[in-house]
Write a protein that binds this ligand. Structure first.
Ligand SMILES: Nc1ncnc2c1ncn2[C@@H]1O[C@H](COP(=O)(O)OP(=O)(O)O)[C@@H](O)[C@H]1O
Ligand SMILES: [Mg+2]
Length: 226
């Protein structure tokens, strides 16, 4: 599903060039539950942002399905993101003035679906993530774990082929983090959604079915387990 070949990304930082990704090659199949692990600064966020069409690449190719994202223009990327990708962030990134329901409905509104189609889908996914009855709460009236559940629902509501999560448990205590990982695993099983998530948390790494270990912009380990 995802074919990454010789992926290079450099950042200009003042007079210096930071070599964030130094020629990464890796294939990720449809339905995988893959963690990108590695210390701070190893390139995890950069890799996720490039796969997620948020950042551009400098060299190499990234294919998602039959789409070569390195050749896509800005607008094409934004449509591609909207239709095919879901995102989960460390700090949830919910819209503070919208309710849980409205936050989850947001991506479907962007796709222009009619409200009568949106409502059952939003109610169903909120139920799946364990937030039945909390539809009308705004994010500040929810716990961190509940906010992350809203953001998982928001990422999954359009049935994306791929969900990218950048350190999804980093702001949560270890028990809540574990629950969020279990929920992501359940969604991966149930909906066959491909998940790629970054982490430097040992517990999260242990939940992954595949572990890509980054160090200084290179993949130094690639483990699979069942
Ligand atoms: N916008 C940027 N400008 C300059 N350097 C950056 C930028 N984003 C990331 N970097 C650098 O690229 C390297 C990889 O960063 P990042 O992908 O954020 O790593 P991680 O997510 O593993 O902590 C780091 O050295 C970081 O300082
Ligand atoms: Mg990061």
């Amino acid at each position: 599903m995802i074919k990454i070949k010789n992926l290079v990304k450099n950042y200009q930082s003042g007079a210096n060039v930071v070599h964030a990704l130094k020629g990464i090659s890796v294939d990720i199949d449809s339905g995988e539950f893959t963690a990108i692990a590695g210390p701070s600064g190893s390139g995890k966020t950069t890799m996720l942002n490039i796969i997620g069409c948020i950042d551009s690449l400098d060299n190499g190719t990234v294919l998602i399905g039959d789409k070569d994202i390195g050749t896509m223009q800005k607008l094409e990327k934004s449509y591609f993101r909207r239709e095919n990708l879901g995102f989960i962030f460390q700090s949830y990134n919910l819209i503070p003035v919208l309710t849980a329901y409205e936050n989850v409905a947001f991506p479907l509104n962007l796709l222009g679906l009619p409200e009568k189609e949106i409502k059952p889908r939003v109610m169903q996914i909120l139920k799946e993530v364990g937030l039945e009855g909390m539809e009308d709460r705004i994010p500040s009236k929810l716990s961190g774990g509940q906010q992350q559940r809203v953001s998982i629902a928001r990422a999954l509501v359009k049935n994306p082929q791929l969900v990218l999560a950048d350190e999804p448990t980093a702001n949560l205590d270890s028990n809540t983090g574990r629950e969020i990982l279990d929920l992501m695993l359940e969604m991966n099983r149930k909906h066959k959604t491909t998940f790629i998530f970054s982490t430097h948390d040992q517990m999260v790494m242990e939940c992954a079915k595949r572990l890509l270990y980054l160090h200084d912009g290179e993949v130094i380990r690639d483990e699979r387990r069942e």
